[in-house]
Each structure stands twice: as structure tokens, then as C-alpha cells.
Design a protein around this ligand. Structure first.
Ligand SMILES: [Zn+2]
Length: 401
């Protein structure tokens, strides 16, 4: 069986020094507090090399020393932990009804978290880009006041995003071939940090893989529970995007050929019968009212309202059909339901689980658990920041300023 891991593998990269710096940085991230001797013993790098690499990481303020350990055999060792205090990674999620912005430091500590309602479906890609640019400028100004260098920005969008950062199709936003990455970079006037655009489900999966309670799980699927439904797929420890980056569009798999019309124009797509739109009373509800209406659904479900419980059970069964596609095809260890599914999870999960069990050929659903996300509505934005940190971990280290 061919597997890949996230273990340090220096031979994978051309630039040995940068690679080794990244190996040491990842080791400290995963094992801090740890000593130089721990790093040498686990990575196979010799002690002199480790000392030199650690000195470099300390110069870049990516790692710092913290006191001595006492309960060890032999000489006490100076322990190392992640620093990263002069840095920030920014993630932004643009969705149909809101924009979320998150900034974290190198260790993933949240520096800010903003959310505002946003009539995404009513405007153009250009208008959304201008709004995002304005938010980025405010975040960057705030980070500059804290004397932090921005390492990068990733914007998440609910749609097909090409490898060049062009949004090919975002059906729920009504965008086609929007060069969000290029236009945003121009609007920010060469910001001095990399700007990337990615699919929202991919980013939310990265957030779960780095920060969630199932962090490090090698085979993990995240399902966005927004107006649209998309899957972020991590297999063997890596995000899988497919040939052109368009994988994971589970929301447009047809569950019912006679079902409700989807915003993509097809009939009975999973997101039309199991997305949050299938739960809400009003199909054309204004974006800001989604949460208010969901609160009402939760209130009715808690009160045992029969119609609401039947509706949630039906949506849960439809969603379970989608989850079973994943369990049969990918055998994930965990499927995480995000977004608006989270407040509804107590009522959705029993029927999701029953449907998944009934449709998965492997015994015990192949060991798959279905759970609700604990990262909140900001998961994709947090994942945007995680993608920036991932690129630091893989060797794109900030220059010494
Ligand atoms: Zn569709």
C-alpha cells in the first residue's frame, strides 16, 4: 500500500537548507517544548546542523528558547518553543451571506476574528473584491500597529477555484471566471505578501486538520453547511484537489432526478435537498435573515414541533446519502459537518448516521464517525490562515527584516 505521511522528509526538496529549516520548525511545532538534542535524535540531522538551523530560526523569531528542563538524565537542556510573535497569517471567507476575516500568529493563536453580513449573491465579483480589499487593508493596518509582518493571505470562496486563483464558477454567488486573486493583488497594490484564493471547503478541511479536535487525522472530510454544500477532502494527510482543483463538489451530485431545482440549474442536487436552503421556510430569504430563521428552526425543534422534526429528519437522510458516497468512495475516519449544520446537528446527526450506516458496504461504516464542527462559522477563514502557515511549514520562511 502506498502511503504518504507528514513526517520530516528532507530528500523531497531541492533547497536543503530551507528544507531542513522547515523540518526543524515543524518538529518544534509538534513537539514543543523540546531540546536541540530531541530534534537531532528524531530528525537524523547532526547536532551541529541542528544548532545552526535553530540559531537561524531564532534570528527569524520563529522559535525561541524557554528556560531549562531539570528532570533529564545528564546536563539540563535549553528548551525550544514556537515564537512567531512578529508574524500574522490572514484568512478571509466570502460567502453568500457573510464575510469572515481571521488573523492568527504562527502558533495559531487568534489575533482577530471579524464577521459581517454581506449580500454576496446580490452583487458582482468586482464589488465583493473591493469589499475584501477594504477588509484586508484594515486587518493589515491593525497587524502593523502590533508590529507584525503579514506572512500571507488566503481568500476562501464557495465555488470552483483554478490553480491560478481564478474563480471559474461560484453558482451561489453568480460569479464566472472572476480573477479574484489577480484583481485583489492589484487592488492591494503589491502588498508584499502572497495572496491566494481557494475553495471554502478545502480551507475548512485544512482548518480542521490543523486546529480542530480531529487535528492530524489522516483521512478527514469536511462538509460545508452553507447555502451551498461542498467537501474538503484530506486523504493520507494531504488535501486532495483533483486534476484542476475542482474536486469535492458533492453538492452537485444528483440525489433526486425529480427534486428541487439547484442554483446550478440542475435538478435534485444534494445541496438543493440537503443544503440549508432545504431547511429554511423561505427559499428567497434575505441573507441577513438566515441566522434568525435558523434560530427559529432550532427553537421549534427543541420544543418538539412535529413538522420541524420531520423536516430535519428528511434533510438528515438526504445528507446521509451524500456522506455514504464519501464513506464508500474514500473511507474517511471522520466526516465533519460545518457551517449552519452545526446548530442543527443534534437533530440531523441521528438520520445522517442511520442513512450512512445503511448505505455503506463496509461494516461499521468503515470506522467513520460523523461529527459537528467546533470551529464555528469562521472555519474557512481560519483555514485560509492555516494554508499560509502550511506554506511556512513547507519551507517558505519569512525573510529576516
Ligand atoms: Zn447543483
Amino acid at each position: 500500500m502506498i502511503t504518504s505521511t507528514t513526517d520530516p522528509r528532507p530528500a523531497d526538496f531541492a533547497d536543503v537548507r530551507a528544507t531542513n529549516l522547515a523540518v526543524v520548525l515543524r518538529f518544534v511545532r509538534e513537539h514543543a517544548p523540546c531540546s536541540r538534542a530531541d530534534i537531532a535524535a528524531s530528525t537524523g540531522l547532526n547536532k551541529a546542523t541542528v544548532s545552526s538551523l535553530v540559531a537561524d530560526l531564532i534570528d527569524r523569531r520563529l522559535v525561541r528558547e524557554t528556560g531549562l528542563t531539570e528532570n533529564r538524565v545528564g546536563r539540563p537542556a535549553t528548551m525550544l518553543v514556537l515564537d512567531g510573535s512578529p508574524y500574522a497569517a490572514i484568512g478571509i471567507e466570502v460567502n453568500v451571506d457573510y464575510i469572515t476575516a481571521v488573523a492568527v500568529d504562527l502558533s495559531g493563536e487568534r489575533l482577530l476574528s471579524w464577521r459581517r453580513s454581506f449580500p454576496g449573491a446580490a452583487g458582482t465579483a468586482g464589488q465583493a473584491m473591493a469589499t475584501v480589499a477594504g477588509i484586508v487593508r484594515r486587518v493589515v493596518t491593525r497587524m502593523a500597529k502590533e508590529e507584525r509582518q503579514v506572512l500571507g493571505l488566503t481568500v476562501g470562496v464557495p465555488g470552483l477555484v483554478g490553480v491560478d486563483g481564478t474563480v471559474r464558477i461560484a453558482p451561489n454567488l453568480g460569479w464566472r471566471d472572476a480573477d479574484l486573486c489577480g484583481d485583489l493583488t492589484k487592488a492591494l497594490r503589491d502588498p508584499g505578501f502572497p495572496v491566494q484564493v481557494d475553495n471554502d471547503a478545502n480551507l475548512a478541511a485544512l482548518a480542521e486538520h490543523r486546529f480542530g479536535p480531529y487535528a492530524g487525522t489522516a483521512n478527514l472530510v469536511y462538509l460545508t453547511g452553507e447555502i451551498g454544500v461542498g467537501a474538503g477532502v484530506i486523504l493520507d494527510g494531504r488535501l486532495r484537489r483533483g486534476g484542476q482543483g475542482y474536486g469535492g463538489e458533492i453538492g452537485h451530485i444528483q440525489l433526486d432526478p425529480f427534486g428541487a431545482e439547484c442554483r446550478c440549474g440542475r435538478l435534485g442536487c444534494l445541496e438543493a435537498v440537503a443544503g440549508i436552503g432545504a431547511v429554511l421556510e423561505h427559499a428567497a430569504i434575505s441573507p441577513a435573515e438566515v441566522e434568525i430563521e435558523l434560530d427559529e428552526v432550532v427553537r421549534l425543534a427543541r420544543a418538539g414541533d412535529a413538522r420541524t422534526l420531520a423536516l430535519l429528519s428528511s434533510v438528515g437522510h438526504n445528507l446521509g446519502k451524500g456522506v455514504a458516497l464519501m464513506t464508500n468512495l474514500l473511507n474517511p475516519e471522520v466526516v465533519i459537518l460545518g457551517g449552519y449544520y452545526v446548530p442543527l446537528a443534534p437533530w440531523l446527526l441521528p438520520s445522517v448516521e442511520a442513512e450512512t450506516r445503511g448505505r455503506t458496504i463496509a461494516p461499521d461504516t468503515g470506522g467513520c464517525r460523523v461529527v459537528a464542527s467546533t470551529l464555528g462559522y469562521g472555519a474557512a477563514a481560519l483555514g485560509g490562515a492555516a494554508r499560509v502557515l502550511d506554506s511556512v511549514d513547507s519551507g517558505r520562511l519569512p525573510r529576516i527584516s
